[in-house]
Design a protein around this ligand. Structure first.
Ligand SMILES: [Zn+2]
Ligand SMILES: [Zn+2]
Length: 404
């Protein structure tokens, strides 16, 4: 989840005097910050597949995890953010939050006529990372290591595409009236690695396991089952540096294609994160757009023009208000603005979908995790299409039903 939420946690901890109470109390407060209070009756999702019968569609979206934020939500049926798009026999994955690898295996098991435990991931063709916040990538090592026994890369190497290195450290959060204190950088020799470096780091961290299984089981080298690429940005007029223009106005650009889909991307407004992408998948049956994490963003509206399905992140602005009840000082006032400036409120998600002319709006990356469907449906106030409050393992059909 986002850096600004990290600041929110710190400020809330200070505010509640919990910093002195030790790690246990701190973690409890973090959970509270992300919506970890006991669930209201009826607030939890069923966790079961709902809506369209996915198998009736050649192209179908499966929500693997619908929670936003770097935390576990044990009282909830939501796992970390991740989605899958199935087109015919191929599967494309977007983001890989907490629990995503197991959710993908579960989804492919449910979605297959003859599932085989050791071949579940054979259809997985490509994985796309919107950005490298931990809540979008934390299960990546799990997908790779456990996918090794589930057919990952067996038909052809799994292609992984994501942001390249940021190139410069983000600015230190400015609390009004206080001088910013520059913290020491983590690994200053490479403080903002991209997707290729991140993957290499995972392989290095698990070298003991890789060498063991390659030698003892005679398994193929896992590294050869994966092809990883940092997404190269086109030349963008007006772009200066990530710290000045993290989401410059730009046209969508193609990042990948195969016989089933053409994938285009754009930069979205999730400052200070850079690059932070939204993706659009166009197939013969229709189009599905994933917003990634973003504030309302013209680049996204352009990318999502007339899309069949827009999967959009959402944060409950009223929850943010409740989190910091008045009286609040200037710092919290600034922080509230910051929290809301890098994400999209429920009603604004509807406005974005309306501007784009998207036919169906699926709400995911839900913050807080225990947000009820009634509140999520408020997106329909400013949107004339279909609103789907997303829940884990929901399937949404795209295009025509298959002939009976
Ligand atoms: Zn996120
Ligand atoms: Zn994020």
């Amino acid at each position: 989840m986002c850096q600004e939420v990290g600041h929110a946690v710190q400020l809330a901890l200070s505010r509640r005097g919990l910093l002195k109470a030790g790690a246990g109390a701190s973690l409890a407060a973090v959970s509270l910050m992300l919506g970890g209070a006991p669930l209201a009756a009826g607030a939890a999702s069923t966790g079961s597949a709902r809506g369209d019968d996915g198998k009736q569609y050649d192209t179908r979206l499966i929500l693997l995890g619908t929670a936003g934020g770097p935390a576990w939500f044990p009282g909830s049926n939501r796992r970390g953010i991740a989605s899958a798009l199935r087109v015919g026999e191929s599967t494309y994955m977007v983001d890989c939050g907490d629990g995503a690898a197991g959710q993908l295996a579960r989804a492919l098991m449910n979605d297959s006529d003859q599932p085989q435990t050791f071949a579940l991931l054979e259809p997985l063709r490509a994985l796309f990372f919107t950005h490298l916040h931990s809540d979008h990538v934390v299960d990546y090592n799990n997908l790779l290591l456990q996918g090794w026994t589930a057919g990952l890369g067996r038909r052809q190497p799994l292609e992984v595409l994501g942001p390249g290195p940021r190139g410069e450290l983000p600015p230190v959060f400015q609390v009004p009236g206080r001088p910013a204190k520059e913290p020491p950088a983590v690994f200053p020799e490479a403080p903002t690695p991209g997707t290729v470096q991140m993957t290499d780091g995972i392989f290095r961290a698990f070298a003991t396991d890789l060498n063991d299984r390659i030698r003892d089981y005679l398994w193929p080298d896992l590294r050869g089952l994966v092809q990883v690429r940092d997404i190269a940005l086109p030349t963008i007029p007006g772009f200066v540096t990530p710290n000045q223009t993290p989401a410059p106005h730009m046209a969508p650009f193609e990042v990948w294609s195969d016989a089933n889909v053409r994938v285009t991307a754009t930069l979205v407004a999730h400052a200070p994160v850079f690059p932070s992408f939204a993706f659009r998948f166009d197939s013969a049956e229709g189009s599905v757009v994933f917003s990634g994490d973003t504030a309302p963003c013209d680049n996204l509206v352009r990318l999502a023009r007339d899309a069949d399905v827009l999967v959009h992140e959402v944060i409950d602005a009223a929850w943010v208000d409740r989190l910091f009840p008045p009286p609040f000082d200037e710092a919290i006032d600034a922080l509230k603005h910051h929290l809301l400036s890098a994400h999209t409120s429920i009603e604004d998600a509807g406005r974005v979908a309306e501007r784009a002319g998207a036919k169906t709006l699926v709400l995911s990356h839900v913050i807080p995790h225990n947000l009820g469907d009634d509140r999520l449906k408020l997106a329909g106030r400013h949107y004339s299409g279909r609103v789907v409050p997303g829940h884990d393992l929901d399937t949404i059909g795209v295009g025509r039903r298959r002939a009976a």
